[in-house]
Design a protein around this ligand. Structure first.
Ligand SMILES: [Zn+2]
Length: 457
């Protein structure tokens, strides 16, 4: 009996940025880490000028200092948050080695928020990928470069090192006991991060690792580029990186692709850098979803771009708090309504809820309060976030968009989620299609929520 309405799935969630800061501090303490003078977690032993992170258990002032350094807590609203936001990852990085423990923290939050699905971003086998990239070296002939990475099973060796941390997660969340944590029942998929600010050989190698992994390991589904899009080498190599992805898509057609693109504003970059990032992500790299897309209306012929995204069903992942904190973009300056006007699918996401000190409910409330969305419009946002998930199988919907309305597939027409069990044909459809089954669970939750609200809209 959750008081919150159903809120879809989170499709844009960086695992280390999603963990609550308090939990990161706890992990730092458990692992005996030290905090240095710049509030960065470092490995023990704790030398001069550092303090054991465990001191934060008893010293509230110390704890609060770390919370401010590792998140946007108390950050002045009238100052640009870009640098502080991105700097947090370097400060708490050493505390983020226990992926399974972090997922246990995040998955419980996602379930408590009445969400039904999570795609979370991590960088798999990053040390091994780095070694491979350096040993092979860059080759501007991308096909030749890829052949060299694959040769002798080298790439597969890196892929085998990728770990979804299932064992640690299940142990931490007590999934195999009589009292499993709520997060145990959450379907989770992983997206492999590529550090776009790295050297060309490392970027390409990480892309190849992520895409090969997405084809070999059902827990991993997609690739995404991370690190600030306005970084010097990220800007310089943007077009090249889109071509790398374009090439690798021909080698790994089953790997899915979502890209941070257009997380930019005037002043942050020079004007021409605002004119093509989303377009190239969609049209060159073939991204199926775009993260942020904040500079949409600065792109060349952006209306045509928006129409292309609508036609192809390329969704945009919108994290309002992150956009406000990093870019200072909010309200009417945000392209949220522009995307919706052109029929581009929009999904709400958290990005880094731990750093931002928010949750997905906060983002839905922001959408409602800022853009005056109705209950039905919020419901469509939640539905869209499952419809555009990289989950296996077919959808519950024959036609699934805010524009056309959500009509079930023929097998499920007449079945009523949350009211009666699915008819036999529908039950088969749900059993065969993980996406449809997840959507059904949300529809059942909507039915329950609406009953409790007395049919309130
Ligand atoms: Zn992001």
């Amino acid at each position: 009996m959750s008081p919150t309405k159903p809120e879809g799935g989170d499709l844009h969630n960086h695992l280390s940025g999603a963990v609550t800061t308090e939990h990161l501090i706890q992990l730092a303490g458990e692992n005996g880490l030290c905090i240095d003078a710049t509030d960065t977690a470092v490995r023990p032993p704790c030398g001069p000028g550092t303090r054991p992170a465990a001191d934060a258990r008893t010293d509230a002032e110390f704890r609060q200092r770390i919370v401010r350094a590792w998140s946007m807590q108390d950050f002045p609203a009238d100052q640009p948050g870009h640098d502080h936001f991105f700097d947090t990852f370097g400060k708490f990085g050493e505390a983020t080695r226990d992926r399974g423990k972090m997922l246990a923290n995040v998955a419980d939050t996602v379930v408590e928020q009445n969400q039904f699905y999570l795609e979370t971003l991590v960088t798999p086998a990053s040390d091994a990928a780095k070694k491979l990239a350096e040993s092979v070296g860059y080759d501007a002939d991308l096909a030749a470069f890829h052949r060299k990475l694959v040769a002798g099973g080298k790439l597969d060796g890196v892929v085998r090192e990728a770990d979804a941390a299932d064992a640690q997660f299940r142990e931490t969340a007590h999934c195999d006991t009589g009292r499993p944590a709520p997060g145990c029942r959450l379907p989770v998929r992983w997206i492999s991060q590529v550090s776009r600010g790295s050297s060309n050989e490392r970027v390409f190698t990480q892309m190849a690792v992520g895409m090969r992994l997405a084809e070999r390991d059902p827990r991993f589904v997609a690739v995404n580029l991370v690190q600030p899009e306005d970084g010097e080498s990220a800007l310089r190599n943007y077009r090249l990186q889109m071509r790398m992805l374009q090439y690798l898509r021909t080698q790994y057609p089953d790997a899915r692709l979502t890209l941070h693109a257009g997380e930019l504003t005037p002043g942050l970059v020079k004007p021409e850098d605002l004119t093509f990032h989303i377009r190239e992500a969609v049209q060159v790299a073939g991204a199926e979803r775009i993260g942020h897309g904040v500079d949409l209306v600065r792109e060349d012929d952006w209306q045509q771009l928006a129409r292309t995204m609508a036609r192809r069903g390329v969704a945009v992942e919108v994290p309002f708090s992150s956009n406000k904190q990093i870019l200072g973009v909010a309200g009417d300056d945000h392209p949220f309504n522009a995307y919706r006007r052109y029929g581009v699918p929009v999904v709400l996401a958290t990005d880094d809820p731990g750093v931002s000190r928010i949750d997905i409910s906060h983002e839905y409330q922001y959408a409602r309060a800022t853009y005056g969305l109705s209950y039905t419009e919020l419901k469509d946002l939640a539905r869209a976030s499952l419809e555009h998930a990289f989950l296996d199988g077919h959808s519950l919907w024959a036609s699934g968009s805010a524009r056309t309305g959500y009509r079930p597939v023929r097998a499920c027409t007449g079945s009523r989620p949350g009211v009666a069990p699915p008819a036999p044909a529908c039950a088969r459809h749900l059993a065969d299609n993980a996406k449809a089954a997840t959507e059904w669970r949300q529809e059942a939750a909507f039915a329950g929520f609406e009953r409790r609200q007395g049919g309130a809209r």
